[in-house]
Design a protein around this ligand. Structure first.
Ligand SMILES: [Zn+2]
Length: 251
């Protein structure tokens, strides 16, 4: 149960799911020191985000910080939110609304390596890569950390946003979007897997066997249709494991 000012209220699903997502990001190796951030904005006004300078592996539901997306940077600082977390996520929630309901931002090694290549295309060389065929929004620029004008520049660069669930951020990392935090985490998991497969195949120096556009598109649609619920199923299993092994994440 979450405790606030002496009151006890029912567990908040979004807080619990965020805490679970952070703990799994640590397990997956998607964390970076005590940096990086994820958020949920269900009503377009208030977002939940992780506190700055805390390790993902220890975060609990009650640690998540609520803040208005229109709040000032100084208010975010007073609440202990990383300035880049507030700047980036508040802009994306405001600009993209429901499409950006849940945002997971990280610098996993292989996706970040792809963001560092001049050609940031992820070729469809296996079914994980094909899942993202023509489905990644790429920002080719990087003008410094996500503060000052950089989040607005990024948001303009990726506008208009279609149905893409992945924003590949040049020389930086990746942000995934989803209707739920579980979906956004699953997308990040598979995108990083896809990038790992691509980087491994590319590092051999041998010629890549790339699917035709038709097969890549068909496979991407199969992911979306036949396996459209796999993100939810994946996250449900991840929750089950945490429930057994570290149930304090829900507190
Ligand atoms: Zn970042």
């Amino acid at each position: 149960m979450l405790r606030r000012s002496g009151l006890v209220r029912a567990p908040d699903t979004e807080r619990v799911h965020l805490a679970a997502a952070f703990r799994w990001m640590a397990r997956f190796g998607f964390h970076e020191g005590v940096a990086n951030h994820s958020s949920v904005c269900a009503d377009g006004k208030s977002m939940l985000v992780n506190p700055g300078s805390r390790h993902f592996s220890k975060l609990r539901a009650s640690d998540m910080v609520a803040i208005d997306v229109d709040a000032s940077a100084s208010t975010a600082a007073e609440k202990g939110i990383d300035p880049t977390a507030f700047a980036l996520h508040s802009v994306l929630h405001r600009r993209f609304g429901e499409k950006a309901r849940c945002l997971v931002h990280a610098h996993p090694v292989n996706a970040t390596a792809l963001s560092a290549l001049k050609d940031k295309t992820l070729p469809a060389i296996d079914q994980n890569c094909a899942r993202f065929f023509n489905r990644v929004k790429v920002d080719h620029e990087f003008l410094g950390m996500a503060m000052e004008d950089e989040p607005d520049r990024l948001a303009s660069a990726i506008s208009p946003l279609g149905n893409e669930r992945v924003i590949l951020m040049g020389n930086h990392g990746v942000t995934t979007l989803g209707p739920s935090i579980g979906d956004a985490l699953d997308t990040l998991y598979y995108f990083e897997r896809a990038c790992a497969i691509y980087m491994t195949a590319k590092s051999t120096g041998m010629e890549l066997s790339v699917m035709s556009d038709e097969v890549a598109e068909k496979t991407a649609q199969q992911w979306e249709n036949e396996f459209g619920g796999c993100g939810q199923q994946h996250f449900a299993e991840l929750l089950r494991i945490l429930d057994e092994e570290e149930p304090q994440y829900k507190m």
